[in-house]
Ligand binder design. Structure first.
Ligand code: CMC
Length: 436
């Protein structure tokens, strides 16, 4: 075999195999031919948490974690954050190209006219306790949408897929805002289709008795930037969940509810909530050194720091830091900002963080902005889920149309007991509890 291959010698048998290399990868299935005898299943690769396994070929998002680069369909995130809008970016992620003027206008118009949800969704919201976490409400409400749109199961029909995608991009902000209104005991605000995507969201969140809510243009734009930055991030935990659940050909509402559930965890989109709790716990810049010592002692993690892929400053964190200044000019400075600055300064100089390449990630500053907007910390992961909806859908659409994909089904290395006979309960002796 020519240059682009890997020669592997199995020292158990002395046999050598030639495995092709394409795009810097070997196909794991090629390892299966490596067997000691005919009974042998064949060699597998073991990769807990997918540390070195590419499961998809994707054209959506590019990340170079060493150099701190993020691009959607080739466009640098810095340019999109400065010049694009969330809906234009969503179009780019889903269709692969920036829209021409008439395409963009048509797209915005369609999304705007899908923002309303069935009235029964209100009753669903009302069923939650007053202190229900809004992310739990959002996940449930998204899942419930599959029951309002039963045709969504027809995932093999491209037009139908696209219709559901538009519905989700349009309706998730409505569900998110209603989850917030429920937790405040406030009446739900219907979408205002004369406002832009983020302006309408602010209206559904904060409108009170005024006949028409006028969003502050600075806050509206800041939200656009945050939404652009959060729109996609290639094969992260929740995108992987979206693709994996979608690979069973289930409807996209159910898959998206699963993806949102993955995002909810404190190591993923729940981290921005944890950052604010951490900053509040530290409380004062004078307490920062002692807190950093506790982190270094392994007692706790510095939330909003570190990333599986970025081993450099997360480019999104840099832009969010700049956006924060514009927001604070309108809302007033968040007093916890000084604690965050001090924490970043100390961490970036400390050998523990430097040697492990731990830098601020997207979640480190976003929560401070959300708090300045008047949002409770429980809403932070929801604020992440709204824009990530576009990314999940782009990943899902690419996945369901990929002829190489099948139902996601990893292998395992079985480490349990060998075959043994069933013992009737009367003949068993009590032992130590074993976790199952
Ligand atoms: N604080 C202190 N130490 C850390 C941190 C942190 N935030 N993150 C990693 N480390 C240490 C870790 O203890 C380990 O040290 P050692 O080699 O001595 O055992 C080393 O750095 C490598 O850590 P890891 O757990 O192997 O890294 P990972 O790639 O599995 O984890 C991560 C990535 C994001 C889960 C992790 O950095 C973390 O828990 N960060 C805090 C949570 C957070 O901010 N998450 C948001 C991620 S960005 C947005 C998103 O994806 O949703």
């Amino acid at each position: 075999m020519a240059g682009d291959s890997l020669s592997v010698t199995d020292n158990r048998t002395g046999r050598t195999y030639e495995i092709p290399i394409a795009d810097g990868a070997i196909r794991a299935i090629e390892l299966r031919q490596i067997r000691v005898d005919d009974e042998d299943f064949g060699l597998m690769s073991y990769d807990p948490a997918f540390l070195n396994t590419a499961a998809v070929r994707s054209a959506i998002t590019f990340i170079d974690g060493q150099r701190g680069i993020l691009r959607y369909q080739g466009y640098p995130i810095e340019q999109l954050a400065e010049q694009s809008t969330y809906l234009e970016t969503a179009y780019l992620l889903l269709f692969g190209e920036l829209p021409a003027r008439e395409e963009l206008d048509g797209w915005v118009d369609e999304i705007t006219h899908h923002t309303f949800v069935h009235e029964n969704v209100k009753r669903l919201m009302e069923a939650f306790r007053y202190d229900a976490h809004p992310m739990g409400m959002l996940i449930s409400a998204v899942a419930s949408l599959s029951t309002f749109y039963p045709e969504a199961v027809l995932v093999d029909e491209p037009d139908n897929r696209l219709l559901q995608a538009k519905r989700m991009i349009a309706k998730v902000p409505t569900l998110a805002a209603w989850a917030y209104r429920h937790s405040r005991g406030l009446p739900y605000v219907y979408p205002d289709n004369d406002l832009g995507f983020t302006g309408n969201f602010l209206s559904m969140m904060f409108r009170m008795a005024e006949p028409r809510y006028t969003p502050d243009p600075v806050l509206e734009r800041a939200l656009e930037v945050l939404f652009v930055l959060h729109a996609d991030h290639e094969q992260n935990c929740s995108a992987n969940a979206m693709r994996s659940i979608g690979s069973s050909r289930v409807d996209p509402y159910s898959a998206l509810a699963g993806a949102a559930a993955a995002l909810y965890g404190p190591l993923h989109g729940g981290a921005n909530e944890e950052v604010l709790k951490m900053l509040a716990e530290i409380g004062d810049v004078r307490n920062v050194p002692a807190y950093v010592e506790r982190v270094k002692a392994g007692e706790l993690r510095l939330m909003g720091f570190g990333h599986r892929v970025y081993k450099n400053y997360d480019p999104r964190a840099r832009i969010i830091k700049e956006t924060a200044d514009a927001v604070f000019d309108v809302t007033g400075r968040n007093p916890l900002l000084d604690v965050a600055f001090e924490l970043e300064k100390i961490a970036l100089e400390d050998e523990y963080f430097v040697s492990r390449k731990l830098y601020p990630n997207v979640d480190f500053y976003s929560g401070l902005i959300y708090q300045a907007l008047g949002l409770p910390v429980a809403m932070f992961p929801v604020m992440f889920a709204i824009p990530r909806t576009a990314g999940w859908l782009a990943q899902w659409l690419e996945g369901v149309d990929d002829p190489e994909q099948k139902i996601a089904r990893p292998r395992q290395l079985y480490i349990g007991p060998d075959e043994r006979d069933y013992v009737p309960v009367e003949k068993r002796t009590a032992g130590d509890l074993v976790a199952v």
